[in-house]
Design a binder for this molecule. Structure first.
Ligand SMILES: [Zn+2]
Length: 138
């Protein structure tokens, strides 16, 4: 799997490496604005346009994925991370949670589809919102 990606490694510029390292550290898949703020702390001259351009590039070569969860703004995550997503109904935050332990061999039996992977989205109330007083809930 990594072999096909090797030629692109040479094209991993300083900016792209930074974006990847930011995404790897996150516990919740960030949006463009959040990535930009973090990147700017390290590369002070980086522009929002550069972030967009590099995110698109990284999506295109398959190193990261663009998430379109619950009609929220686009968020980004590195490919191959082993987790599912939990979306809080109250604060709308997205959390990475442990992947549902379903083995690939079970999924591949579904009909005639050759399934390469799957993502689950969970919904509910996050620990932070559970601890809020009811009157504070939106
Ligand atoms: Zn919440």
């Amino acid at each position: 799997m990594t072999d096909t990606r090797l030629p692109y490694k040479r094209r991993l510029t300083k900016q792209r490496k930074l974006i990847l390292s930011i995404l790897k550290k996150e516990n919740s898949p960030p949006n463009v604005e959040q990535i930009y703020k973090k990147a700017k702390k390290i590369l002070h001259n980086i522009s929002l346009a550069t972030i967009y351009r590099n995110l698109n590039f990284l999506v295109k070569i398959g190193l990261i994925k663009k998430l379109n969860l619950q009609k929220q703004e686009n968020r980004y995550d590195v490919q191959g991370k082993i987790h599912d997503y939990f979306i809080c109904n109250i604060c709308k935050n997205i959390y990475n949670i442990l992947k549902y332990p379903l083995e690939d061999k079970h999924i591949k039996k579904f009909g005639n589809y050759d399934i390469g992977g799957f993502n689950l989205e969970y919904f509910g109330i996050c620990p932070k919102c559970q601890n809020k007083k009811p009157c504070l809930k939106k």
